[in-house]
Write a protein that binds this ligand. Structure first.
Ligand SMILES: Cc1cc2nc3c(=O)[nH]c(=O)nc-3n(C[C@H](O)[C@H](O)[C@H](O)COP(=O)(O)O)c2cc1C
Length: 184
């Protein structure tokens, strides 16, 4: 571990885990919990796969189907919280982000990189969450028009490291990610 009192190193460590989540499907950072607020104000959380982590830009990306309820929620309230728990590192990462919903030409590069077998995640019929008559009464045709990239512009990060002596710090884009130690 680097100097435990180094705020910047603590943040860099968190981004390293997030980048690993993108590259390594076995990393626990691969599957964050992604929480939104529904149009009626109800909190909603679900697992997603992390597809991009860019520390310089402060951006995380997730892929989804435009017809899922999370997109309806984000159109009304374009804010999300992402949560990751890394058991081996004993690190909790909490992220707050403003979410941009990208579709159409803006997502061509991302779509082209998705293996054909995985494209079926975007286009389920009937629409995701709708009642169906029996367990497998749905189709999964790939539908490019329903593919969306959720570009999450990170606004704040809260880290908790459980160790002999715990550490907690908060970081905000607004102050250039300077960071502030917090009581755990
Ligand atoms: C391990 C795992 C990974 C998932 N990855 C994604 C994902 O990357 N994007 C996505 O939209 N849904 C993903 N899902 C499905 C969501 O958890 C959720 O069931 C679905 O998107 C509908 O969510 P909503 O009704 O809240 O919009 C994943 C589920 C699991 C269990």
């Amino acid at each position: 571990m680097s100097d435990p009192g180094d705020l910047r190193a603590f943040l860099a460590e968190a981004w390293q885990h997030l980048r690993r989540g993108v590259a390594d499907a076995k990393s626990p950072a691969r599957y964050p919990v992604f929480a939104t607020v529904s149009p009626d104000g109800t909190p909603e959380a679900r697992t997603v796969a992390l597809r991009r982590a860019d520390p310089q830009a402060g951006v995380l990306e997730v892929h989804t189907d435009t017809r899922t309820p999370k997109v309806t929620a984000l159109r009304a309230t374009p804010v999300a919280a992402l949560h990751v728990w890394l058991p081996r590192a004993r690190l909790q990462i909490r992220v707050t982000a403003q979410v941009e919903i990208l579709t159409g030409d803006a997502v061509s590069d991302s779509w082209n990189q998705i293996p054909p077998a995985s494209r079926v995640s975007y286009g389920t019929e009937p629409l995701p969450g709708q009642p169906i008559d029996s367990v497998h009464a749905y189709d999964k045709p790939p539908n490019r028009d329903r593919f969306a990239v959720l570009r999450c512009h990170v606004s704040a990060i809260d880290l908790v490291h459980l160790y002999t002596v715990h550490r907690r710090a908060g970081y905000a884009r607004a102050d250039g990610w300077a960071g502030q130690w917090r009581a755990p």
